[in-house]
Design a binder for this molecule. Structure first.
Ligand SMILES: [Zn+2]
Ligand SMILES: [Zn+2]
Length: 120
């Protein structure tokens, strides 16, 4: 929703932006990554602490055929890099100016915001 002037509760990144980040498959991860001890994008980025971890929100996933709620976490640098990758992916198929980098659409702005917020 972009039509709400004044509604800006911005202490954490909007969940929408996080939903655009592409996560690895749950099956491909180490136990530490699944449990949020290591960065979801790179198992060598660990241990994540309360101070360094970025919560990526809850994701529906399945493990051994059973549905589970997954709370992936990542480090700052990877969130930044993946926000950038998501922005590039989005810009390629966005008809709203994201390709030209001129403000763009809500999705583009939200992803840019996420990048800025997690600049390494
Ligand atoms: Zn990382
Ligand atoms: Zn766009």
């Amino acid at each position: 929703m972009s039509t709400q002037p004044g509604a800006r509760p911005q202490t954490r990144p909007p969940v929408d932006a996080l939903a655009h980040l592409e996560l690895p498959r749950l099956d491909a991860l180490t136990e530490q990554q699944v449990r949020g001890i290591a960065c979801v994008w790179n198992m060598r980025h660990q241990p994540l602490t309360a101070a360094t971890a970025i919560d990526l929100g809850v994701r529906p996933a399945s493990r051994a055929g059973a549905p589970v709620s997954w709370y992936p976490r990542a480090c700052r640098r990877c969130v930044h890099e993946n926000a950038y990758a998501a922005l590039l992916r989005h810009a390629e198929q966005c008809g709203d100016g994201c390709r030209e980098d001129a403000g763009g659409c809500d999705t583009g702005r939200t992803l840019r915001h996420l990048m800025r917020e997690h600049r390494p």
